[in-house]
Ligand binder design. Sequence first.
Ligand code: FES
Length: 486
Amino acid sequence: MWVDGAARVACVTPARRVNGRRVTTLKGLDPPVRARWARAFSALGASQCGFCTPGIVMRLAALEGRGAGFDEQAVCRALTAHLCRCTGWRTIVEAAALAMSEPGSRAGPGSGRDLQAAARRAEIEGGAGQRVGEDVVLGDGGFADDTAPVAALVAVAGSDGTWAVGETLLAAQRAARRVQGRHSSAGLRHPLELPPGEFVLTLRTTFVEPAYLEPDSSWCEPGGEPATPLANGGAFGGKLHSPLPAAARALADRHGRTTRVLWSRQDVVRHGPKRPPIAAGVRADGSGVIRVARTPGSPDLGPWQQAVGAAAPGFAVEEVAVAGPPVSPDIRAAGWAEAAVLRAAFEARVSGEAEGRGAGPVTIVSPGGARATVAIGADGVVSVEVSAGEVLDQVVLRSYVIGAVHQALGWVRREGIAVAEDGTVLDLTIRSFGILPARDMPPVEVSVVDAEGPARRAGDAVLAATAAAAWLAAGLPPAWPVERGG
Ligand code: FES
């Protein structure tokens, strides 16, 4: 939003600070300006779930209002206050270039697209129903809590794990007596020791937050069917086993009233599923062992083990119980991506490529049959060639490819959350996850190979191939994230 014309992050601005001042939201933006930004974002796939987008548009429209014209560095600096998990920033920067350099343009690249086909591609990539269009840019993609009846009771999580219920959100929050989330300065830990053995390549990872931006929510009438926490996108698999629908149903039945259940950001970090940490070793003959962390409250990791077996048949999997937040086999490409990365890195090392070229190209085929080849140049530029069956929509496919590159680079280089020895999550703000900001995201060159057959999910193959290339480029250090010490 703007406060007296200056962009401010609405979610962390207390209402008392805007008392008596002029607040402008996206709805208050000059309609032709708003429409121009919406067109540019939609034309370049700069919005996926759309949760971050209205704030970003307001930020960039404020920058434009200062009259300097498009400047990539200024745009990336302006985006520092924002987080977008889905798009990988590059499409947002491109949309800014389009909107700011052609203020009168009515159409951009991608005009005349079939938005139904685009939505199908988004659904395949995101793993859940998803709309594509200018209204999504404007915040109308639809979020899980949008449909909750106004008169519903509100339930929020108390610090002891029970639900505090009130007539309003404020009343429920007061009853919950919660402690505000914070960012600790604690270092990351790698909770698993390497398995014993003679290895030529080892890797340890830590707890990684899937970092979907829209927190879980659900609501339910007494005796009714609870609303799904999945809205415009799939949350990288993180909401598949969300406990909120069952809680909404139980609370509605107990109170005889429609009840709305909300997780805050820190609730998602404390209780939502993480990518499980691993400790793995590959032997000289290419066989290996992957240890995976199993924490209290986690679903069965059987699917994770099967995924590893499919991607790397010579790898044994050991589950090791450790303290920590819940982990899940549902998180994007869990298990097979780790196994595929280890195998690709091992093969590159054996063939001498790891020393000679450092950064690929690495080719990985996903269990679904999508193929991605990724190379990282000496200048950091990421080149991706992807083949994923029927394209359906170039703009959306390219946007998901760049989003997967962003997530992979973050995973290898910076992402992780600090967890104490007793399993308590220490970093509760979204800032602490280590998501790469716009200024640290390299250019990504995407080429899409037209392939026979049905559309297949491309993003997971791109995630794994980029992670392998980024690890090779870093020289295969034995722990991720490679740029944050433990
Ligand atoms: S589009 Fe930015 S967080 Fe989903």
